[in-house]
Design a protein around this ligand. Structure first.
Ligand code: FES
Ligand SMILES: [Fe+2]
Length: 417
C-alpha cells in the first residue's frame, strides 16, 4: 500500500520489549492508517446482546468514517449492517441507539426489514429488483453475548477465541442481563496508549485506590502482594495462589486454565486472554465495599463467590464478570489524540434501580478508575509529542503491554500486505 509507506517504515523499527516510534502514537497518518486499514482488518468488540435486547433494538458502532448498525431482528438474531442506504447512500440511523420496527431512510423513505432486506422503494424503474438492494452486511460474531464486528471484506477466522471466551462468559447469562448504566468517556490520548495503559497494573498501586479495594494487581501482569516485594514479578507465586483456589473452582465447575493470548494458526493470533482471578480483601464484587452492587445474582453460583472472571481482547476491549454485575469496555479512536471509551454496567434484567441496585454504587469503582486512567493516558500522550521522546523499555510487569503492541504491529504488517 503505497500511501502508507511511512507507516511501513515505522513498523519496521519495532523491537520487542520497547514502545513504538513517536509517529505511530501521535501522527495524523497513523490515525488514518489505524482507522482505514489496521482496525478494519481485525475483529472489534462492539457491545453485548443486552445493548440490543428486544427485537428492533439497535445501536451504532463507529470506526472512522464507517458506521455499523447492530440490530436485533424479529427472529431474535443480532445482525450488523453498514449505516448507508442502498438508494443514494444516506445515513439510515442518526441517533446512537434506538428501537424501530423497520429501518426507514429519512431521505426518500426506502424501508428495510430488521434483517436488512429492502421492503419498500417507490417508483423505481422496470427491472429494479428489491432483492438486490438490501443493506450491506458487516460480519458479526456473537460470543456468548459479547458482540464482535469486522469491517474486512474477508474477515480473519475467529479461531479458538470463540470457544475459549464462550465457555467462561456463558456462565454469566448475558441474554438475561440489561444495561443499567453506560458511560461514554472521551480520553485525550491516542487509542493505543489507552490500550497500553489497560494492559498493565504497574501503575495501579499509585493511582487506583478504588480499584484495589477488591482487586489485587497480581494476575494483571504482577506477582503476589504477599511476596513482600512489590516490584518483583513471581509467576510461580501467582501460580501457587491460583492453585489454592483451583479445587474450589473445580468443585463449582467454573475452573479453567489461564488463557493468555495464544497463537492460533487457524485464526487471529494472540488476541484473547481469559482469567478467573481471586478477589482481594474478602470482596465478592468489584465495588468500594466489596459487597454485591446488585441484590440479584447473574449466574448459578450466588453472590458469595470471592472471584471474578476477566476477559481481554486485542485490540479494543476488556470485561469483568462479577456475581452480580458485568462491566464491559469498548474502545474506538476518534482522532490521533482522542479516544472513545464506552463503559457499560450490566445487571440482571429483573433488578430494579433504587431497589436492587444503586447506579452510583454500581459504577463507583470503574468511574473513578476510568477517570484516573484517562488522566494517565493523556499525560502519556502529551509527553510522547515531545522532541525528547525516545522509545522506552517496558518493565517485566508490562508483558501484556508488549503483547498488545506486538499484536498491533503484526496485524498492521499483515494488513499492509
Ligand atoms: S437515500 Fe435513502 S431513500 Fe434515498
Ligand atoms: Fe489503570
Amino acid at each position: 500500500m503505497k500511501q502508507f509507506d511511512t507507516i511501513a517504515q515505522l513498523l519496521a523499527q519495532n523491537r520487542p520489549g520497547v514502545t513504538l516510534p513517536q509517529a505511530l502514537y501521535v501522527g495524523e497518518e497513523a490515525y488514518r492508517f489505524d482507522t482505514e486499514v489496521m482496525l478494519k482488518s481485525v475483529w472489534l468488540y462492539a457491545g453485548t446482546v443486552a445493548h440490543a435486547k428486544a427485537p428492533g433494538d439497535w445501536f451504532l458502532f463507529e470506526l472512522g468514517s464507517n458506521q455499523v448498525i447492530i440490530v436485533r431482528g424479529r427472529d431474535g438474531e443480532i445482525r450488523a449492517f453498514h449505516n448507508s442506504c442502498r438508494h443514494r447512500g444516506a445515513q439510515l440511523c442518526e441517533a446512537a441507539s434506538g428501537n424501530s420496527p423497520r429501518l426507514i431512510c429519512p431521505y426518500h423513505f426506502w424501508t428495510y426489514n430488521l434483517d436488512g432486506k429492502l421492503l419498500a422503494a417507490r417508483n423505481m424503474p422496470e427491472g429494479f429488483d428489491k432483492a438486490d438492494h438490501g443493506l450491506v452486511p458487516v460480519a458479526l460474531e456473537n460470543v456468548a453475548g459479547l458482540l464482535f464486528v469486522c469491517l474486512a471484506d474477508n474477515p480473519p477466522p475467529f479461531g479458538r477465541a470463540k470457544p475459549d471466551i464462550a465457555e467462561q462468559v456463558s456462565l454469566y447469562n448475558l441474554d438475561k442481563l440489561k444495561v443499567a448504566v453506560q458511560d461514554d468517556l472521551i480520553e485525550p490520548a491516542n487509542w493505543k496508549l489507552v490500550m497500553e495503559n489497560n494492559r498493565e497494573c504497574y501503575h495501579c498501586d499509585q493511582n487506583h485506590p478504588e480499584l484495589l479495594k477488591s482487586l489485587s494487581t497480581y494476575g494483571f501482569g504482577k506477582g503476589l502482594p504477599e511476596d513482600g516485594a512489590d516490584d518483583v514479578v513471581d509467576d510461580s507465586a501467582f501460580d501457587a495462589m491460583l492453585e489454592a483456589q483451583r479445587q474450589h473452582w473445580k468443585d463449582l465447575g467454573i475452573f479453567h486454565d489461564l488463557i493468555e493470548f495464544p497463537q492460533d494458526f487457524g485464526g487471529q493470533d494472540g488476541w484473547h486472554r481469559v482469567a478467573r482471578l481471586p478477589l482481594a480483601h474478602g470482596a465478592v464484587s468489584q465495588t468500594l465495599d466489596g459487597r454485591p452492587a446488585s441484590r440479584l445474582p447473574i449466574w448459578a453460583h450466588g453472590l458469595d463467590e470471592p472471584s471474578s472472571l476477566s476477559v481481554w481482547t486485542q485490540p479494543n476491549s476488556w470485561h469483568h464478570f462479577c456475581n452480580d454485575h458485568v462491566v464491559t469496555f469498548s474502545l474506538t479512536p476518534l482522532g490521533p489524540d482522542k479516544t472513545l471509551l464506552r463503559t457499560s454496567w450490566l445487571v440482571h434484567e429483573d433488578a430494579v434501580e433504587g431497589v436492587d441496585y444503586d447506579p452510583a454504587n454500581l459504577t463507583a469503582v470503574w468511574r473513578a478508575t476510568n477517570a484516573q486512567d484517562s488522566y494517565l493516558s493523556a499525560v502519556n500522550h502529551r509527553g510522547i509529542t515531545s522532541a525528547g521522546y525516545r522509545q522506552g523499555f517496558y518493565s517485566v510487569e508490562e508483558k501484556l503491554v508488549d503483547a498488545f503492541k506486538t499484536f498491533y504491529v503484526d496485524a498492521s504488517v499483515k494488513a499492509l500486505g
